[in-house]
Design a binder for this molecule. Structure first.
Ligand code: SF4
Ligand code: SF4
Ligand code: FES
Length: 245
């Protein structure tokens, strides 16, 4: 016999003056291969059309369905109800601006952080649209591709103690993005240029290294390696600055 699942879902609409933050209970019969994405859609279709949550791809690609699932940030479309107990509590991701219920605005946060970290190739070369594409060493291309797999879901930011305490902290996603450009041979920035951006408490030196970010990343990005890589690079750059080398 299938289980009856009890959902405790955070409800609040900041646009509605009458609305106050509260938890609302819904009960739903579990079906085969049910994901939280399917469950939330059924609740919205059958029980409450006002329930707000985000989704787009249903395949762990768009990164829009991040939420706190029984205390742990994760993707709703990637979470099967059979892996959860019969009582499921869903909250919106903290750190990001709440749109309503389980929906948050991750886009503004990522845009601000990518602007702050200057997330684009810096080069003095003049672009020639008629030139052949430059070849890149396969090892570099694979390493860059690995870090490009981030879907900007925000789970690592919501799980991060420093990001919860300090709203300017770049978090693992933005630092991962910096590492991506640091290893890109087309980017002509020096390590000192990167130090100006992340060599402070809002960047790599604010990271406490407890790695909740890597624990919750649904794409299994090697965040621990990247944070260690940046810490070593920026630590050495810091010493060079002190000794003016
Ligand atoms: S290791 Fe650093 S970035 Fe990752 S969760 Fe901890 S403080 Fe945040
Ligand atoms: S690093 Fe992982 S958890 Fe963080 S935003 Fe990217 S995909 Fe999501
Ligand atoms: S709906 Fe796109 S990642 Fe879940």
């Amino acid at each position: 016999m299938s289980r009856l699942l009890k959902f405790n879902i955070f409800r609040y609409n900041p646009e509605d003056e009458q609305s106050t933050p509260h938890m609302q209970e819904f009960v739903l019969e579990e079906t085969d291969a049910m994901t939280l994405f399917i469950a939330l859609n059924r609740i919205r279709e059958e029980q409450d059309p006002s329930l707000q949550f985000d989704f787009c791809c249903r395949a762990g690609i768009c990164g829009s369905c991040g939420m706190v699932i029984n205390g742990r940030p994760g993707l709703a479309c990637h979470t099967k109800t059979k892996d959860l107990p019969g009582e499921i509590t869903l909250l919106p991701l903290p750190v990001f601006k709440l749109v309503g219920d389980l929906s948050v605005d991750t886009g503004t946060w990522f845009r601000e952080m990518y602007t702050k970290t200057e997330s684009w190739i810096h080069t003095n070369k003049v672009f020639d649209p008629t030139a052949l594409e430059e070849r890149m060493d396969n090892k570099d291309a694979v390493a860059i591709y690995e870090l490009e797999r981030c879907v900007e879901c925000g789970c690592c930011i919501s799980a991060c103690g420093t990001a919860r305490l300090r709203e300017d902290f770049m978090g693992a996603a933005a630092l991962n993005r910096v590492a991506r450009f640091l290893i890109d041979p087309r980017d002509q920035r020096t390590e000192r240029d990167y130090y100006e951006i992340i060599g402070n408490d809002m960047g790599i030196f604010g990271c406490m290294g407890l790695l909740a970010c890597e624990d919750v990343c649904p794409k299994h990005l090697p965040l621990q390696n990247q944070l260690g890589f940046l810490r070593r690079k920026m630590g050495i750059t810091s010493l060079k600055r002190i000794f003016k080398k």
